[in-house]
Design a protein around this ligand. Structure first.
Ligand code: HMG
Ligand code: MG
Length: 280
């Protein structure tokens, strides 16, 4: 089916990574299976990071082995380093993502590396990866440690990620504090540096403004948005940040504007109900 906007589902990864009680592997698998039959074509399914840093994601291999693969759906995974890439290859991830930051404070807290150290680690991973690689940039407007972000720092990291071979940059409003005004300022700066087809937006919804920010991003030609079923989530290294904007609300909003997402709302509601039941 033709779509106008691609929904990149974050629930099984960004959504669950911050849950304090360990979610059973079979429940993670069930959530992915509900999502993969809804018409969503990109699902971040696992995170091959250190289990000391994010224990909730320790069963990534089992989740990847247990899900039902659907043709036309990419099951993707986060990989911070070589070890992550090796795990992702073995687990047959269709796509991986390296994740950097525009700000030093978050980079250090999240992956224990400076921004430039992280880029040096990512370059050989992107080169060696046999599958497509997405690149995240966190803290696009604000950092929990360093305060407001200069758009020039987002551009610098984005240019490096594209240059090393990432097929798309996902711009992370990690704190969920972006507003239509800060989004507009950022997108105006970015639209002279990048092609909009290379950019996706990843809004957390801490302040409840994500839909307005998506609306603003549409004006700049953005056509890929990250969202999380039932709005699950938060980042362990961004204190106070809430989950990604909910997949249901993004689909409802886009469809109300006449934009096709290719997603079956009934199936999404079923997945959302199950996702809510996992939350303690
Ligand atoms: P480190 O401690 O500096 O690294 O962590 P290290 O290389 O010294 O390794 C420490 C231990 O971890 C070693 O084990 C390694 O083997 C192991 P030990 O010898 O102590 O037993 N290790 C691994 N194990 C499994 N898989 C791996 C791996 N790598 C090392 N890939 C590291 C550095 C990057 C590993 C760590 O900081 C880490 O895992 N960080 C991930 C944090 C994370 O997952 N954050 C959340 C995701 S990012 C996010 O949510 C933002 C996003 O949504 C966008 C947005 O909203 O802005 C994407
Ligand atoms: Mg996130």
């Amino acid at each position: 089916m033709e779509v106008d906007v691609t929904i990149f589902e974050m629930g099984p990864r960004d959504g669950l990574q911050n849950e304090s009680n360990f979610i059973k592997t079979l429940d993670k698998i069930k959530l992915v299976n509900l999502l993969s039959t809804s018409g969503i074509r990109k699902i971040e399914t696992a995170s091959f990071v250190s289990s000391k840093w994010v224990p909730q994601m320790a069963d990534g291999e089992k989740v990847m082995a247990g899900i039902q693969r659907q043709s036309g759906v990419s099951f993707t995974a986060l990989t911070p380093n070589k070890q992550g890439l090796e795990r992702a290859i073995k687990a047959k991830a269709d796509e991986i993502a390296v994740f950097g930051s525009a700000s030093e404070g978050f980079s250090k807290a999240n992956i224990n590396k400076s921004v430039s150290e992280s880029l040096q680690i990512f370059r050989p991973i992107v080169k060696a990866a046999p599958m497509p690689v997405r690149g995240y940039i966190s803290c696009i407007t604000d950092c929990p440690y360093d305060g407001p972000t200069n758009p020039a720092d987002v551009i610098k990291v984005g240019e490096e990620l594209l240059d090393m071979g990432c097929y798309e940059i996902s711009l992370g409003d990690t704190l969920g504090s972006a507003t239509p005004e800060t989004t507009q300022k950022l997108m105006s700066a970015l639209s002279s540096a990048f092609k909009t087809k290379d950019l996706a937006l990843h809004f957390h919804d801490t302040k409840g403004r994500a839909i307005e920010n998506i609306n603003m991003s549409l004006d700049f030609g953005i056509s890929t948005f990250d969202s999380s079923i039932a709005g699950l989530g938060g980042c362990p290294y961004a204190p106070g940040a809430k989950g990604n904007v909910s997949t249901e609300s993004v689909i409802e909003f886009l469809e109300s504007k006449g934009l096709r997402t290719g997603v079956d709302m009934e199936k999404i509601k079923e997945a959302a109900e199950f996702a809510r039941s996992l939350r303690q």
